[in-house]
Structures are given as C-alpha cells and as structure tokens.
Design a protein around this ligand. Structure first.
Ligand code: CU
Length: 245
C-alpha cells in the first residue's frame, strides 16, 4: 500500500504487519454503526481519532487518495476496496453493500503527518455465516471480467522480500493495463487466520509488480486490482492464495 518505507515507534524499522489493532501510534478508527444489513446499500461512517478523542481531519495523499478503505470477511471472501469521502466534520462516509452474513474486517489505510497507518475494526452482517475454506495455493486465477492472471512469486521465505509479478492475458494474448492509483496495479495481502494486513509496495509503474515481505510461514490471500482500457476503463479484482514456507 505504500510507495516508501516508514518507521514505526519503538522498533525504528519498517513494520511489515499492520491492521491487527484498532489503535496505532495513538490513532484509532471509530465506526459509527458496525452492524449492517445483508444485501442492502448502506452508508458506512467512521472517523479517525487521536489520543484525546479528537477527530483527525488532515491526511496525506497516498496512492492518489487520502483514505483507502479495505473490507474483507473473516474467511477472506467478499473483498472490497473503497474510497470514502470526507465530510466537513472530518468523518468519512461511503456506500457499502455486503451480500453475505458474517464478521468482516475493515481496514482504514491512510497517511497522517507523513506516516502510513492501517487501522482495523470489525463489521457485522446479520444472519448465519457460511464460512468457506481459503482456496488452495495456485499460480493462476481468473479475475472478474474474465482476465487470466498469473502470479510469479519466487520462493522467498518468511522475512525475505518477495518479488510478486503478475501477468495478465485474455485468450492467451497479453493485456495492456492502465495505471491504477499511480502504479501498475494495487495489491492488498491479508494473512489467513488473523487477517494481518501486509505492507506491500509497487515496484514498477509500467508493470504489475510488487515487493512484500511475508513475516511468517502460512497462507496469505493476495487481492490484485488492475485497470484495463477496454472502453469503458474498468478496475478488475483477482485473488490468489500464496503460501510462504
Ligand atoms: Cu484505495
């Protein structure tokens, strides 16, 4: 999510794992009403507050936006990437529709005072959740809109920087993608189980390529978004299970 490294408090080093806590660096995300109705267009409102409970109003532009909102169900289905709008009172709102019941994780990803933060909170959608197993690791997947996507992830182990390269084709022909959010694409990596949100950054403007350091062994779900020009230009999403060992 970041294009440059940041330091985090006591460690003094880039912290690859984020989004495990509601509060980070004295900031918290407060969701106004985390209970949503299934299959309904709802308005989601949240604020970022500081230690004194004051609403934070100033955010840096990061990846062309001042606030990125990621939502995924606990079983890593139902991924959404939204760009909320900020009101005069500093709160953020977006329309959201969640079609399946269950517990969801919300990640507010932003930069404040030059430091990238990812704060997490939970949403609940009424009804019995039909939780699914995370799909087995595979190097290819099909996006919405029917693009074939291949992931070459190399063999980086825990704590090593992985070079994640994606190739997008349709009917065997390479697809030319357009820049999206100032890079070749946008990638979110979530760890199976605790839904830790990984620091990933694009390494090319003209290729769909990213660097990520997976901190532990285990499975991660990678959500790649890319834009194609086929009029009208559209953003597509494709998900991969990546196993680190
Ligand atoms: Cu975004």
């Amino acid at each position: 999510m970041r294009s440059s490294e940041t330091t985090h408090g006591e460690t003094g080093a880039a912290h690859p794992v984020r989004g495990l806590a509601v509060a980070e660096a004295g900031l918290r995300v407060v969701v106004e009403d985390p209970d949503l109705q299934r299959g309904r267009d709802e308005t989601l409102r949240f604020r970022i507050v500081d230690e004194r409970g004051q609403t934070v109003r100033d955010f840096d532009v990061e990846h062309e936006r001042r606030m990125h909102l990621i939502i995924a169900r606990r079983d890593l289905t139902g991924f959404q990437h939204l760009h909320p709008e900020q009101g005069a009172d500093g709160s953020w709102t977006t329309r959201v529709r969640l079609d399946a019941a269950g517990s969801y994780r919300l990640f507010a990803d932003f930069s404040h005072d030059g430091t990238a933060e990812t704060l997490a909170s939970d949403l609940r959608v009424d009804g019995a959740a039909d939780l699914r197993d995370v799909p087995a690791p595979a190097p290819t997947a099909v996006s919405d809109g029917g693009y074939d996507v291949r992931l070459d992830a190399g063999a980086a182990g825990p704590g090593e920087e992985a070079d994640l390269r994606f190739t997008i084709t349709r009917d065997g022909t390479p697809v030319h993608t357009e820049p999206y959010l100032g890079a070749g694409g946008h990638l979110v990596a979530l760890r199976e189980g605790d839904l830790a949100f990984l620091h990933v950054h694009p390494t090319a403007e003209d290729a769909v390529r990213f660097a990520a350091t997976f901190p532990t062994e285990g499975r991660y779900r990678l959500f790649l978004q890319f834009r194609t020009p086929d009029p009208p230009a559209r953003v597509h999403t494709v998900a991969f299970t990546h196993e680190v060992r």
